[in-house]
Write a protein that binds this ligand. Structure first.
Ligand SMILES: CC(C)(COP(=O)(O)OP(=O)(O)OC[C@H]1O[C@@H](n2cnc3c(N)ncnc32)[C@H](O)[C@@H]1OP(=O)(O)O)[C@@H](O)C(=O)NCCC(=O)NCCS
Length: 175
């Protein structure tokens, strides 16, 4: 589907009431999902940096950030399987980057399985760069690539016109 024809979600800050939808999507998309109880605890500290894609009142994607001392980790990130490849993931990523830059974080980083080509490609298109590979990041048989985005290099004016206006709406929705 052409992105212009795809229904467009609202990208907004996550609310407490979204946590069960986020947990359900985690379980749909990941083999080892973060559970509701973990999300609920982390939400208390970090919910102001969590974004969801809201389509007709339902959460269809999310980008959850954990920030401390200027380092912002993309903790988990997903779009509902049947709604992938419509640009929702990139939009969430742009909102998250913009938010991290606006709170003064110096670095956004993430880990990705080396065989997760779709996600890696999306991150690199958004401006993340490879930082390191760790063969046992999450223990034996759990390698991860670490990608980073130095936020001194972030400037929303470098986005295309549509992306810029989406990021602006995201800022407004965040209040
Ligand atoms: C990674 C993930 C969040 C991306 O979400 P998404 O909504 O599919 O992302 P986008 O649509 O913005 O971009 C993905 C691809 O779709 C393409 N795309 C975007 N709009 C499109 C459209 N209308 N039609 C076809 N393709 C489109 C993008 O160009 C990109 O393709 P490319 O990688 O070949 O360039 C999603 O694949 C996901 O949830 N994966 C499982 C969980 C996961 O791996 N999370 C990351 C862990 S680190």
């Amino acid at each position: 589907m052409d992105n212009a024809q795809a229904p467009q979600p609202v990208y907004r800050q996550a609310r407490f009431a979204d946590l069960s939808d986020i947990a359900a999507l985690e379980a749909e998309v990941f083999h080892e999902p973060y559970l509701y109880l973990m999300l609920r605890q982390l939400y208390d500290l970090h919910g102001s940096e969590w974004f969801v894609a809201d389509l007709d009142g339902g959460v269809v994607g999310y980008a959850l950030i954990l920030e401390k001392h200027g380092r912002a980790l993309l903790f988990t990130f997903a779009v509902a399987e049947e709604l992938q490849h419509r640009g929702y993931g990139r939009a969430l990523l742009d909102c998250a980057l913009d938010r991290c830059a606006s709170i003064g974080a110096e670095l956004m980083y993430l880990t990705v399985r080396p065989d997760n080509y779709n996600a890696s490609k999306l991150f690199k298109q958004a401006g993340f760069v490879f930082a390191e590979h760790d063969d046992q990041y999450f223990g034996l048989g759990e390698p991860r690539d670490v990608l980073r985005y130095p936020l001194a290099e972030y400037d929303s004016r470098n986005l295309g016109a549509d992306e810029q206006s989406r990021v602006m709406r995201c800022r407004l929705e965040h209040r």
